[in-house]
Design a protein around this ligand. Structure first.
Ligand SMILES: [Zn+2]
Length: 189
């Protein structure tokens, strides 16, 4: 399962990224990732999360959203709703394509790794950071990620949906059902 892989630092795929500051753990992660890749083809995920990282829809809404997604993606391998106890980083796996400062546009990936490690220590309870490039306060959730990623307590995850992405009107409907603005993360692991 994609979501929650950062809880307990058990990422499936963080090759090339190193914001987890525990060296030996990183080695294990890489080993795991490589073995994982060798053992099977990659999986695709469509993840839908509230734009507010703390928002969790009510049970009825979640059930209705899952039903809607099941009808939209009848060939999907699974559709899973997860509520994390803390805010989780919802990453894009192999689709990761870097991060830039939304204010001054500079490449901030090296700094971001450290900022993520710090924020992870606080279980992402506070996402506000001060940028190194232009010394401004900003949320980690509002940086200019080249390929979308997100921070969220709640995630709806469609595994191998057999389509590239959801249509705009589907996204709008899902947002109405869940009662919040939502963001789509397209991930490959
Ligand atoms: Zn900047």
């Amino acid at each position: 399962m994609l979501a929650g892989r950062y809880e307990g630092c058990e990422p499936l795929l963080q090759v090339g990224k190193s914001w987890c500051d525990q060296g030996d753990l990183r080695e294990q992660m890489l080993d795991y990732s490589v073995n994982h890749l060798i053992s099977r083809m990659s999986d695709n995920f469509l993840c839908f999360v509230p734009t507010d990282p703390l928002f969790v829809p009510n049970g009825e809404a979640i059930l209705a959203a899952k039903e809607m997604l099941a009808s939209l993606f009848p060939l999907a391998e699974s559709i899973i709703a997860t509520e994390h106890s803390d805010v989780a980083f919802i990453d894009a796996g192999e689709n990761w394509d870097g991060v830039r400062c939304p204010m001054c546009k500079s490449d901030m990936e090296a700094w971001w790794n450290d900022a993520m490690s710090e924020a992870y220590k606080r279980k992402f309870s506070n996402l506000i950071v001060r940028t190194q490039c232009c010394e401004k306060s900003v949320s980690l959730n509002k940086l200019a990620y080249v390929w979308p990623v997100a921070f969220a307590k709640f995630v709806l995850e469609v595994m191998n949906p057999n389509v590239i992405r959801i249509e705009e009107k589907g996204l709008t409907r899902l947002s109405q059902i869940l009662g919040c603005e939502i963001k789509e993360i397209i991930a490959r692991v």
